[in-house]
Design a protein around this ligand. Sequence first.
Ligand SMILES: [Zn+2]
Length: 194
Amino acid sequence: MKPQWDQTIKLPSKNYVCGHCNESIAEEDGYVGGYRDHRGSMRTSFIYICHFCGGPTYFDENEFQFPGSKFGENVRHINNASIEALYDEARSCFSVSAFTSSVICCRKLLMNISVAEGAKEGEAFAFYVNFLNDNGHIPKNGKKWVDSIRKLGNEANHSISLKTKDEAKLILTFTAMLLKFIYEMPGMLGNADD
Ligand SMILES: [Zn+2]
């Protein structure tokens, strides 16, 4: 059930990825607002309504999009609620440019995946990356990622260095690949009608 919005107007068509449903869309329905800045120039912002999910997206006068699009692919068949929630949180952090938080979420996620796959709790992050690697959860061509991920995850918790967008993108992409490998692909085999 999607919300109906009253008295929307036709706006200049806009292409964006909806942060609510992740669809790539072109929209022209929504609302416009504005004010005059101290130089007297008109500053205009918009709210576009997604025709898929009905979710509103705000674009300020500098074209900043809120909510931003979530980075990372949708992963199906995750049968563990806390792993699913952490993945969603990592993607949401990324969408609001909270890159360090996104990296920390992914780090916790990799630990939770390992424990769900039989690793013991309370170990250091590197232990879990090695566990996933040694137990065949990281595909052969993903192994070159392992060192950079190990380095990224450790730094986020033990030093104050802030993470960049590229670093967050790297660990989120790696995490999505792992989740697909561990949950989505076996799940697809388990559901003949899927
Ligand atoms: Zn949407």
